[in-house]
Design a protein around this ligand. Structure first.
Ligand SMILES: Nc1ncnc2c1ncn2[C@@H]1O[C@H](COP(=O)(O)OP(=O)(O)O)[C@@H](O)[C@H]1O
Ligand SMILES: [Mg+2]
Length: 355
């Protein structure tokens, strides 16, 4: 069997270079061109250290590989290219078994691995809530029904001018009941039974519901890629995600602002989890606002349960978002600046064969 190695080289998802014995860049694949934002023509026949600087750990790794027979792997290397940082990557260098003593240098950028770590830790946080949630919900619901029943009875014998207090009791017990319902969703451990979901449907239904209610003071902007395929997911749960994000965006801008809903197809993102096949997450849905952004003190914790900056906040909205998206095999990320907060969700495509 003959293989077209050029093609394999070109489609390799990790940036890869071939470095000559005297440290020149001989080859760079497409991923390397994208990663370094330089063309192969620009890089070829130039020394690697002209781009990375002579002190770069990349140069060390290549040199070590030239000396030994084994692969050299270095974790968490800060990659500088030209005058810019290209982020952190794990770096692997292997001497090619040809006469020229060339070295194959492969980078594994840390971005995706980090995203995965973060998603997984959100999931654990959500997990620790699930058991407690089911129990609490059960324990609270019965006395709550008793309280509101008693308040209704009291109200019947009160003159209208005294009913204000019983109404307050009824309103507040209703609020607790709703909170219990929300908490209880964490206890829902049924496995997801995904179907093919049109994400634009979900977004525009979520938008309409929000406009009619909690987001009536907001402007909406929709930037949809009409060609994106169906998402593999549960429509009700994805609707819940959209609603929670829209609600936060609306609450962040009490005096009005703009919420941008965006979809895109970006085949680059892959998530592989222990024990599962690696999943490509090409469908990207973004919900962004131009409010004040996430408070600095909460930035690292917003996906944890009970984290809230709001007087009456439950801190469960984003925790539930995170749980649902992780259950979908997806990733949720948050970017925030003084120009607003932006939540990006990456989801897998629906395949007919899943039915
Ligand atoms: N779009 C946003 N803009 C600014 N801050 C936000 C936004 N979304 C979430 N947050 C912050 O994250 C916190 C947690 O959100 P969430 O889990 O939905 O709980 P809650 O809305 O009940 O406070 C919020 O209290 C708020 O401080
Ligand atoms: Mg919320």
């Amino acid at each position: 069997m003959t293989r077209n190695f050029e093609l394999i080289w070109a489609s390799l998802p990790s940036p890869a270079f071939v470095i000559s014995a005297d440290g020149m860049i001989v080859e760079a694949n497409v991923a390397a061109e994208v990663f370094t934002e330089s063309s192969l023509r620009h890089m070829q026949k130039r020394p690697l250290d002209a781009f990375t600087g002579a002190g770069s750990a990349l140069i060390d790794v290549v040199r070590q590989a030239q000396l030994g027979m084994n692969s050299v792997i270095l974790h968490d290397v800060e990659i500088g290219w030209g005058k810019q940082s290209r982020g952190v990557a794990n770096v692997q260098a292997t001497r090619l078994l040809n006469d020229a003593d060339e070295v194959l240098l492969v980078l594994h950028p840390r971005g995706i691995a980090d995203k995965m770590d973060r998603s997984l830790s959100h999931r654990n946080a959500a997990r620790s809530v699930t058991g407690m949630a089911a129990m609490l919900a059960h324990e609270i619901r019965n006395p709550l029904a008793g309280i509101s029943g008693a308040a209704q009875l009291l109200a019947m014998n009160l003159p209208p001018e005294d009913k204000e207090m019983t109404e307050l009791i009824l309103d507040e017990t209703k609020r607790i009941g709703e909170l219990v319902n929300r908490v209880e969703m964490f206890g829902d451990l049924r496995p997801l039974s995904p179907s093919g979901v049109n994400i634009h449907d979900i977004l525009s239904r979520g938008k309409r519901a929000a406009q009619a209610g909690f987001a009536s003071h907001m402007q909406f902007k929709e930037i949809y890629d009409p060609s994106i395929p169906l998402v593999s997911g549960d429509p009700d749960q994805l609707m819940q995600v959209v609603q929670n994000l829209l609600k936060n965006a609306a609450e962040a801008s009490p005096n009005g602002g703009t919420i941008t809903l965006k979809t895109a197809f970006s085949p680059g993102v892959k998530l592989s989890m222990p024990g599962k096949r690696s999943e490509s997450l090409p469908i990207v849905m973004t919900i962004a606002d131009n409010g004040p952004g996430i408070p600095d003190s909460l930035k690292n914790d917003i996906f944890d349960p009970f984290v809230s900056s709001k007087a009456n906040g439950s801190g469960l909205g984003l925790s539930l978002v995170s749980k649902i998206i992780v259950d979908h095999g997806g990733i949720v990320e948050c970017k925030s600046s003084e120009n607003g907060a932006s939540f990006q969700i990456m989801l897998p495509v629906w395949h007919e064969s899943e039915e």
